[in-house]
Design a protein around this ligand. Structure first.
Ligand code: DGL
Length: 264
């Protein structure tokens, strides 16, 4: 039965766990298969060709493991590969950019939105294009944050230098911006350090919006798992299993029994 199959979720590393967390809340009865490409992270400093190649490889891997739907829990992979994944895979594919962009347009009063993302997502104007498609009167300021993803992958430290780095990125935004989007799924992991600098601006976490969209789509396609018990989650990484486990347990605030290796 198709609806009993798992939902596949992938990211370049641990960032997509912020999406998995929201999926678990909204769809507790679904089985999930998570893949973190930690070995090849960060995607944000790779070429678009590489990101496309990796995304298709992982998309096929998760489809091969029986996934009934694929969630691209990485903004960079969404910006580069969503169209190709939709074309090449036989299952529905959901990205994280459109849901977050839509929510941001609803929240802005000043019609000025800031987006923090990887340099690739910013360079591709992924959010700017999506937001302007919804409302061309909204101005979008995209800040490509070069080093954050790598620092989060190797565990963020609450140091003065790191806080200054966040301040540096926040200060690039014009003051009139009233809504800020975390256009990288890694950034909600260090949300509290952004909040210190953002001085009351509204924050859009694309993970929540994506989870709601996934639920709606599963309902529409009659693919919801209708059982009453809790779903199972399997974790795969292309990187070091113990390293993944340690950081994933911190993000998910629980211990994980099984993390498997894939792609090597
Ligand atoms: N979580 C990915 C994103 O949302 C990070 C990309 C990277 O690995 O640089 O873009």
């Amino acid at each position: 039965m198709l609806n009993k199959r798992a939902i596949g979720i992938f990211d370049s590393g641990v960032g997509g766990l912020t999406v998995l967390k929201e999926i678990e809340k909204v769809l507790p009865h679904e089985d999930l298969i998570y893949f973190g490409d930690n070995l090849r992270a960060p995607y944000g400093s790779r070429s678009t060709e590489e990101v496309l190649e990796f995304s298709l490889e992982i998309g096929r891997l998760l489809q091969g493991k029986g996934a009934k739907m694929l969630i691209v829990a990485c903004n960079t992979a969404t910006a580069v590969s969503l169209g190709e994944l939709k074309n090449k895979l036989d299952i529905p594919v959901v990205g994280v950019i459109a849901p977050g962009a839509m929510e941001a347009t609803k929240l802005t009063v000043n019609n000025k939105i800031g987006v923090f993302s990887t340099p690739v997502t910013a360079k591709m104007n992924a959010y700017k294009n999506e937001i302007e498609r919804i409302d061309e009167n909204i101005e979008v300021y995209q800040i490509g944050c070069k080093s954050l993803c790598k620092m989060i992958e190797s565990e963020w430290k609450d140091t003065k230098e790191n806080q200054e780095l966040i301040r540096f990125y926040v200060q690039k935004l014009p003051a009139e911006i009233d809504v800020v989007v975390f256009g990288c799924t890694h950034y909600p992991i260090i949300k509290e350090y952004f909040i210190r600098e953002l001085k009351g601006k509204k924050i859009v976490d694309t993970a929540k919006e994506t989870a709601l969209e996934v639920k709606e789509l599963l309902q529409k396609l009659d693919l919801l798992n209708k059982r009453d018990s809790k779903g199972k989650i399997s974790f795969y990484t292309s990187g070091n299993i113990n390293k993944f486990k340690k950081i994933a347990e911190k993000i998910l605030s629980r211990s994980l029994d099984m993390v498997k290796s894939a792609l090597n």
